[in-house]
Design a protein. Sequence first.
Length: 76
Amino acid sequence: MIGADIEGTICSRAQCRAEAVWVIEWRNPRLHAPDRRKQWAACAEHVRYLHDFLAARDFPVSVHAVDAVDAARNAS
Ligand SMILES: [Zn+2]
């Protein structure tokens, strides 16, 4: 089910139905293996909120443009 979390690229923020333009990759070191990555989609308005939510928990987190993620997926 890799990629299912960003299917349709709608923002992952609760109540938000905006189109996502960012993908936030993160991992919970207490739950996830080192090579595991979760993906959240985020609209322009909520990318900072979602990033800060994860960063505040000391989770490894990185943000990528949706276009870049799509390009990488198509190239593989
Ligand atoms: Zn949003």
